[in-house]
Structures are given as structure tokens and as C-alpha cells.
Design a protein around this ligand. Structure first.
Ligand code: NAP
Length: 248
């Protein structure tokens, strides 16, 4: 029996990077995968096809995680298409890096809206379904930067730290209904998001990692697999650092 056999999962932002990695590992473990993208339609449709070929149900939806109405409409559509939602992974995220001195108000607001408000939008939208079925797992993709801060990323760090407070609060609110909520704090993972960084910054990150390598999307997907499955049935309100030991 596969770990996620027959479970219905929503992943936000799975057209590339970590989200794609999670979708692939989840499908291999028997999950039906509904996922969103914001603009990368071709890779999203290619992923949908790839997952269906693995023998599970899958569908890509264009939906802005930062929009409350989009999130409500998305959840209604997924319920119609899949018949239930067992796991929500709030993964969509962006960066708009700058030192505070040069950070525009819009760069702050947009990052908070897409990275943090999105978690409120999606969690609120799935809550009723999970309450009714008295079961569910919510996984929020925070960051090492939300735990320790980072110069040039005050907006991003604030959004990721906010996700941790949200995670712990929801774990307290929904625990009695058997709905678990945990966060993952990835370190340096090789995706398009980190490909934007210059070589010196990347070397600096690598030097600070005890395992001496950047993480892969599969490293993060495996942590999600733990939180999504019954292997973590007695774990809620936690933040798991998946960072090669960076915060040790
Ligand atoms: P990525 O390669 O830039 O991919 C981001 C994904 O989010 C894409 O699928 C993108 O869709 C989607 N997205 C962006 N804005 C969206 C919106 N408004 N609504 C819905 N989807 C949206 O990023 P990643 O490296 O995989 O990161 C995934 C998550 O992990 C993020 O929350 C990030 O903060 C977190 N994280 C990453 C690292 C790292 O080292 N990479 C470290 C710590 C935490 P489109 O393709 O359509 O734009």
C-alpha cells in the first residue's frame, strides 16, 4: 500500500521548482494531485499529463494564491473535480529582494500578499471540508529566512516568519478536529528562485551548510510526504528545518 493511496491533495505553485517536486513524489505515492500555477501554463499542463501517466488523477488550475476569491473558487472546483481534500500544501511564493532603504511599498505588500495572505486564503477555503471530514493535514512552506532573517529580504523574511505564527495558531485551533498543521523551513534549494542569486551569495550559503550541498526539490518533497501521511499522525504545530544543518 502506497503512503498516500487515494488521498486528494492541493498544492499551490507547482508549475516548477519545489511544488513540481512535491507533486511528482506525491503521485508516486498514490496521491491525486490538484495544483495551481500563476503564469507558467505549458509546464503546468505538461506536469498534469506526467502525473496522470503515473496512474493518479491530476489537474492544473490557474489561480492567484494571493486572491481570496480565486482561492475560494479554486477549492470549490477541486471539490467538484476530486470529491474531497485531504491535504493542503501552501507552497506558492515569490521574492522581491532589496535593502529596506530601496524597498518600495509595493514590493513589501506584494510579497506579503502572495506568500502570507495566500496561506490565510487557502486554509480558510479548505477548513470547512476538513472540519466535516474530521481529518486533514495542512503544510506551509516557510523558509530558513523566516526563522533567522536575512539582509535584503525583510519582506520575504516577514512573510515566512508570519507563516510560522499562522501554522502554530491553526494547529491549536483545529487539533481537536484531527486537522494537523505543520511548516517546513527549507534552506538553500536549487530552483529558479535561487538561480537568480549571484555566485558569491550562493557560495556563501553553501559554505554555511554542514552537509556541504544545496538541497533538492525531492529533499523537501520527502518532508512533505511525512507531514501529509499518517506517519506524522501525532505531529502538529511543528516547524521542520530541511536545510542540511544550516541552522544548527
Ligand atoms: P519557484 O521555482 O520560483 O516557483 C514558484 C512557484 O510558485 C511557481 O509554480 C509559480 O507559478 C508559483 N506562484 C508564484 N506566484 C503565484 C501566485 N500568485 N499564485 C499561485 N502560484 C504562484 O520557487 P521555489 O524555489 O520552488 O519555492 C517554492 C516555495 O518554497 C516558496 O514558497 C519559497 O518561498 C519556498 N522556499 C524556497 C527555497 C529555495 O531555496 N528555493 C528556500 C526556502 C523556501 P508560475 O510558474 O506560474 O509563476
Amino acid at each position: 500500500m502506497k503512503l498516500l493511496e487515494g488521498k486528494n491533495v492541493i498544492i499551490t505553485g507547482a508549475s516548477r521548482g519545489i511544488g513540481t517536486g512535491i507533486a511528482q513524489v506525491f503521485a508516486e505515492n498514490g496521491a491525486n494531485v490538484a495544483f495551481t500555477y500563476s503564469s507558467s501554463e505549458a509546464p503546468a499542463l505538461a506536469l498534469e499529463k506526467e502525473l496522470i501517466n503515473k496512474g493518479v488523477k491530476s489537474k492544473a488550475y490557474k489561480s492567484n494564491a494571493g486572491s481570496f476569491s480565486d482561492s475560494e473558487a479554486l477549492v470549490a472546483k477541486v471539490l467538484e473535480d476530486f470529491g474531497g481534500i485531504d491535504v493542503l500544501i501552501n507552497n506558492a511564493g515569490i521574492t522581491k529582494d532589496n535593502l529596506l532603504m530601496r524597498m518600495a511599498e509595493d514590493d513589501f505588500d506584494t510579497v506579503i500578499e502572495i506568500n502570507l495572505k495566500s496561506v490565510f486564503n487557502m486554509t480558510k477555503a479548505v477548513q470547512r471540508t476538513m472540519l466535516k471530514q474530521r481529518k486533514g493535514s495542512i503544510i506551509n512552506m516557510s523558509s530558513v529566512v523566516g526563522v533567522k532573517g536575512n539582509a535584503g529580504q525583510a519582506n520575504y523574511a516577514a512573510s515566512k516568519a508570519g507563516m510560522i505564527g499562522f501554522t502554530k495558531s491553526i494547529a491549536l485551533e483545529l487539533g481537536s478536529r484531527n486537522i494537523r498543521c505543520n511548516a517546513i523551513a527549507p534552506g538553500f534549494i536549487e530552483t529558479e528562485m535561487t538561480a537568480k542569486l549571484d555566485d558569491k551569495v550562493v557560495q556563501g550559503w553553501r559554505d554555511g551548510i554542514p552537509l556541504k550541498r544545496g538541497g533538492s526539490t525531492e529533499d523537501i518533497a520527502n518532508a512533505c510526504l511525512f507531514f501529509a501521511s499518517d506517519l506524522s499522525a501525532y505531529v502538529t504545530g511543528q516547524v521542520l528545518n530541511v536545510d542540511g544543518g544550516m541552522l544548527t
